[in-house]
Write a protein that binds this ligand. Structure first.
Ligand SMILES: [Mg+2]
Length: 275
């Protein structure tokens, strides 16, 4: 066999490399878009929740506003009913962002691991929440925690709240989900013996059932129709990680596949068409 000179060898190697590079895209198997890929979309929201001082500032702002509203109400003559403040738990007084951060990089999402997270009872308090609720109780106001955590998590939830110093963390004041995620029946229980001065939550369902199961634009319209209540009777805390706003983007079809969810999210964006 005739020996090739170095120039010929180099030329052959370059041809082979070129062929491989050209052929590679055609032969590559399309990568499946999985829950792990979708979870990457949680990075910015969770980073903002955990690392932005603005998030802390909004939390303080919310509870400072709550104190102002309560003080205004306390200055008025009371009624025969005792005053109450109603708060949601998750992303209202407790911070579950470590759970959200935990699913990033994994190929699963909620509810996997949520039960174990609750049972660990290690969630931290949101800034300003413990002080405000203790202030309310010191002023003779009752606090009710109405949450859609399942009732099986009652003991761990109470343990978590108590360990942090939240007041009235007991079975009479912590009303978790039994049958329905609609919180109105539980608000009615509170109203039997109390006048609710204000409600705090990160989800519109925490305030009024009128917001339930509504699509994206109908939710916005319902908020517009009740605009005077926000910052007066309702105080919303931010939650960019999850919520009914996300479900609304899927028309509440939570069974969509990861690529369908990603597409549904992007379809809701108001995008400037770049040239
Ligand atoms: Mg919540």
């Amino acid at each position: 066999m005739r020996k090739r000179n170095p120039g010929q060898v180099c030329c052959i190697v370059m041809m082979v490399v070129t062929l491989v590079l050209v052929a590679a895209p055609a032969t590559a198997v399309a990568q499946e878009y999985t829950t792990k890929n979708l979870n990457e979309q949680l990075v910015m929201a969770t980073l903002w929740y955990q690392a932005s001082a603005e998030m802390r500032a909004i939390s303080y702002q919310s509870f400072n506003l709550a104190k102002m509203i309560l003080d205004q109400d306390l200055a008025k003559a009371g009624s025969s009913l005792k005053r109450a403040v109603v708060v949601d738990i998750d992303e209202t007084v407790l911070d579950n962002s470590p759970y959200e951060a935990g699913i990033i990089g994994n190929d699963f999402g909620y509810p996997k691991g949520w039960k174990e997270w609750i049972d660990e009872a290690s969630a931290e308090a949101l800034p300003g929440s413990i002080e405000f609720l203790n202030y309310a109780v010191a002023k003779g106001v009752d606090v009710f925690y109405i949450s859609n955590r399942k009732v099986r998590g009652q003991d761990a939830t109470i343990q978590n709240l108590r360990a942090l110093g939240f007041p009235q963390a007991n079975d009479a004041h912590v009303l978790l989900r039994e049958k329905t995620s609609d919180k109105e029946p539980r608000r009615q229980i509170v109203r039997k013996n109390h006048r609710i001065v204000l409600l705090m939550g990160d989800n519109l369902n925490d305030f009024d059932s009128i917001f339930r199961k509504k699509g994206t634009s109908d939710r916005a319209a319902a908020v517009d129709a009740m605009k005077d209540k926000f910052g007066a009777r309702f105080i919303v805390l931010p939650n960019p990680m999850y919520g009914d706003w996300e479900g609304a983007a899927y028309n509440f079809n939570w069974k969509l596949s990861p690529p369908e969810k990603s597409d549904a999210r992007k379809s809701k964006l108001n995008r400037w068409a770049m040239e």
